[in-house]
Design a protein around this ligand. Structure first.
Ligand code: ADP
Ligand code: MG
Ligand code: MG
Length: 881
């Protein structure tokens, strides 16, 4: 038996199903599913994505038996519709539509009204008794076919249309009558001729040319770019399917129309049907943003019965798919047809609200809800907002539709390519366009925010911006964009390229100038609820990296369960500390050094008290001093004098000290535990500060503290042994003296490959491990963290590395060290706590690995804590499978 390439659907029966997206594409699979559900879908058939794969694997040729299968399906379609392709009296018209397994809205081609030619157009006019409509359909077909199948520039057709309207002195397409459109058809044919192209009068040839065009569009530039931006890898999808669907017409008069609707609001997630409708129009008019559509509720006034039918179908589809649906519909002479349904794209805010609501409505369970939300969604709902004071004083110059929430500020650029360029140069960009089209996607991705003058809430700009989580204001009609002069005008305000504006995608306001954006300070509502479900599911703990009480507080509000890394040296850089630190460094004798340290002790103790107080009873890991000492000394000539005075030595002496401390490879130099081995008195002071703070808090405020003292940059067990002994002697003496019962732990960072390899030995001394994956990555790859900018971007571009290993853990290399270190460590010490405190602690892909490797917790920056909570829950679910 030959392979099945073509899947038919008509009259409540389809050969495909919703779960066949891989081979039918999302559009095709859902058309089949809806047909089976008895929802009014015009009949048609789908050519599978496997044909697309075959097409590209075989030098753009088709499987041998495809033609026969298409012929058979076409014949069946002619039977069920009682029409025939190319029949002069009862012509069958179809749309030829693209659709891959993952929705790529507008990226590939679709041709409507196929089957029209000089003969069938007359038949269609007679059959519908509507000559104007027939010629409108014909000229649309000529235009789409010319553009899509033959590559004739779209703009030429637009120009001809504009010219006809001008000559007649009308504004709208619908004001052209049958004769005007007939003349326009002739204009269009001239355009074909001018380009040396022939319009095929043979409808069967039309069909295959359209099929070729759709398969061809799989590899067009914008589709490729879209897949890149959305991280769809080559080979992950088979290709696009081709859907051939009987045409229904929304442009036959005022009892017709077309629209797009969502079962819930895709911006806010509210359970309110939401959509837009255009009377007397064909599908592409809505999506292209050519005419501004009216809200869906208007349909209720126009035809209440159809409106109610649509609402009930929306509800059915949502229950059936258990998710918010994005539906295309057309009304032909009062009869409703559904042309597409898919899980709707939504803002991060809506994604979270809908997931939570669907759990409350009993449609999905908590795990499904947690899996449906992307970790970035959780981060994005913590939308930047404008600084309250600044925004009060800012000038609102226009208002558009609030298409995608969040506040953005940047310099105006009108061209997508330029926007990309400026972004690469490190500029904050707001892309301003009359309306966007798929060619602009790269620029939109590079921009902080998007502003358009035209288009509705389902326009290209709105849909794409929401998908990207970018703030967008669309349809700001007062704005006049002049792409030639590179400026836009609102009333008498002129904004030129490169000038600052700010947009608020939550309100639709457009402001002149730059406004500072600020991040929110906590969790509430649905996102808080969703995260409590994530907490129930996840195995990994989530801590934060925080050096000061302010950060610790933010992190706690975001749900951090402790501090995984407090970098003590950050405290040393404070204005009132740095002179004391410097005095310690330049000390000539141990006594001098101890005197300087004694001055630092009370300050550092206060810091720790603040941190412990904020973390009330939660574990706090404090790392002893880590960076090389020269970082605390000045290197500029003009600072030398001041600092020399400050610490009471001559400039010459200071210079010579700086010289002595100079290292060729400071990253591999005198730092970490190497410092405290040379100067144990630093470790003594820091231990006194940590333990002293804990004792005082217990005594004074009855706050329990679990200090974890962490020794950095250990590669050999004896390094740890030495410093641990100093720490323990100091700590135990203090505790004994205080008469208080205090437990503390001493552990180590695992950030040198040797430590990971000998983790079984190191665990004999260490009571906990924390993988410092930043340094571990640096040393495992032998990449200097400070110099990767010179070559890493190229590595990523050339595909030498798939991910930046400093952002997302290198599973095969660094990851194996983490895994081995954890296993070896736990083999020695069963209750060894193992965490990670590098950049990777907040990266979902890395978290998936840490969960599988059996770590106990991850630690990340305060704003990543919510992301880590959800990512950890997703990791638990995924790793269970
Ligand atoms: P996209 O994936 O870009 O949305 P579609 O294939 O869905 O492309 O089609 C583009 C527009 O044409 C949509 O508005 C759709 O509803 C409309 N359309 C497609 N097929 C038909 C048809 N058979 N009858 C009427 N309108 C159609
Ligand atoms: Mg569509
Ligand atoms: Mg380190």
């Amino acid at each position: 038996m030959s392979k099945k390439w073509v899947y038919f659907f008509a009259n409540k029966q389809a050969e495909g199903r919703a779960d066949m997206k891989d081979i039918l594409g999302g559009k095709g699979a859902n058309l089949a599913e809806m047909t089976n559900l008895g929802i009014p879908v015009p009949p048609g058939f789908t050519i599978s994505t496997e044909v697309c794969k075959y097409y590209y694997d075989h030098g753009k040729t088709y499987p041998e038996d495809l033609k026969q299968q298409v012929d058979e399906a076409l014949k069946r379609l002619e039977e069920v519709t009682g029409k025939r392709l190319g029949d002069p009296e009862r012509p069958l018209l179809v749309s030829v539509r693209s659709g891959a397994a993952v929705s790529m809205p507008g990226m590939m081609d679709t041709i409507l009204n196929l089957g029209l030619n000089d003969e069938t157009v007359v038949g269609l006019a007679k059959l519908t008794n509507n000559e104007r409509f027939a010629y409108d359909a014909y000229r649309r077909f000529l235009q789409m076919f010319g553009d899509t199948a033959l590559g004739i520039p779209h703009a030429e057709f637009e120009k001809a249309l504009e010219k006809r309207k001008e000559e007649k002195g009308v504004k709208l397409d619908v004001e052209l009558d049958a004769d005007d459109l007939k003349a326009l058809v002739e204009d269009y044919k001239e355009i074909y001729k001018k380009h040396g192209k022939e319009f095929p009068q043979d409808t069967y040839k039309q069909l295959w040319a359209a099929i070729d065009a759709v398969f061809g569009s799989w590899m067009n530039e914008r589709a490729i770019k879209y897949r890149q931006i959305n991280n769809i890898k080559e080979g992950e999808l088979l290709g696009t399917a081709v859907n051939i669907v009987t045409m229904v017409f929304g442009n036959m008069g005022d009892d017709c129309g077309t629209g797009v609707c969502f079962t819930r609001n895709p911006n806010t997630g509210e359970k309110i049907p939401y959509g837009e409708f255009l009377q007397n129009a064909q599908g592409e008019d809505v999506v292209a943003g050519i005419r501004t559509p009216v809200p869906l509720e208007e349909l209720k006034k126009i035809n209440e019965a159809v409106y109610n039918e649509l609402l009930s179908i929306m509800e059915r589809l949502e229950k059936h798919y258990r998710d918010m649906q994005d539906i295309e519909f057309t009304i032909e002479k009062g009869k409703l047809y559904i042309l597409q349904t898919r899980n709707g794209k939504r803002t991060s805010q809506a994604a979270i609200k809908i997931a939570v609501d669907l759990v409350h409505e009993g449609l999905i369970d908590k795990e499904t809800a947690v899996m449906r939300v992307k970790p970035e969604d959780v981060e994005r709902v913590l939308h930047p907002k404008f600084d309250d004071e600044e925004v009060k004083n800012a000038k609102v110059i226009a208002k558009g539709l609030p298409a995608s929430p969040g506040a953005a500020t940047g310099k105006v650029y009108f061209d997508a390519k330029k926007a990309e360029e400026m972004h690469k140069n490190g500029e904050a960009v707001i892309l301003v366009r009359p309306e966007t089209s798929p060619e602009d996607v790269g620029g939109m991705n590079a921009a902080e925010g998007i502003l358009t003058a035209r288009g509705g809430m389902t326009s290209h700009a709105a849909v794409v911006a929401r998908g990207m989580g970018k703030p967008a204001v669309v349809g700001a009609e007062e704005i006049v964009v002049d792409e030639e002069k590179l400026e836009f005008k609102v009333g008498d305000v002129v904004v030129k390229e490169g000038e600052w504006i700010s947009i608020d995608g939550t309100t639709g306001n457009v402001y002149l100038g730059k406004i500072t954006t600020v991040k929110p300070q906590g969790l509430e509502g649905e996102v808080a609820e969703l995260l409590t479900w994530a907490d129930e599911i996840r195995r990994l703990g989530v801590r934060t990296n925080a050096d000061v009480p302010r950060d610790a507080k933010v992190a706690r509000e975001f749900g951090a369960e402790g501090i995984g890394l407090c970098r003590t040296e950050h405290m040393f850089f404070e204005k009132d500390r740095i002179p004391k630190v410097r005095r310690m460094i330049v000390a000539k004798t141990k006594e001098q050094r101890e005197a300087a340290l004694a001055e630092l002790l009370p300050l550092q103790k206060e810091d720790f008290k603040g941190l412990f107080r904020t973390m009330k009873g939660l574990p706090v890991t404090i790392r002893l001093i880590d960076p090389p000492l020269h970082e605390f000394l000045p290197h500029e000539e003009d600072q030398m004098k001041e600092v020399a005075e400050q610490v009471g030595i001559t400039v010459e002496e200071l210079k010579s000290i700086v010289e002595q401390l100079h290292e060729l490879n400071p990253m591999l130099g005198h730092r970490g535990c190497r410092l405290t081995i040379t100067y144990p008195e630093i470790a003594v002071m820091q231990t006194k500060a940590i333990i002293g703070a804990a004792i005082e808090l217990k005594k004074e405020e009855n706050i329990d503290v679990i200090p974890e003292i962490m020794i950095p940059l250990v590669g050999h067990i004896n390094e740890l042994k030495y410093v641990k002994k100093v720490v323990k002697e100091t700590a135990d003496a203090l505790i004994k003296e205080s008469g208080i019962d205090l437990t503390y732990k001493v552990g180590t960072m695992i950030e040198i490959p040797r430590a990971a390899v000998t983790a079984d030995q190191i665990a004999q001394e260490a009571e906990f491990f924390s993988f410092g994956t930043n340094d571990l990555t640096q040393m495992t790859f032998g990449f200097s963290r400070d110099d990767v900018g010179k070559f890493l971007p190229e590595y990523l571009e050339k595909g030498i590395l798939e991910h930046d290993p400093f952002k997302s853990l290198d599973w095969e290399g660094v990851g194996q060290l983490v895994k081995m270190g954890t296993e070896k460590g736990k083999a020695t010490r069963k209750d060894l706590k193992v965490g990670v405190c590098g950049e990777h602690g907040g990266d979902p892909r890395s978290i998936l690995f840490f969960d599988a490797a059996g770590l106990d917790y991850v630690s990340c920056s305060p704003y990543r804590v919510p992301v880590a909570r959800i990512a950890a829950a997703q990791a638990t679910i995924k790793n269970r499978k």
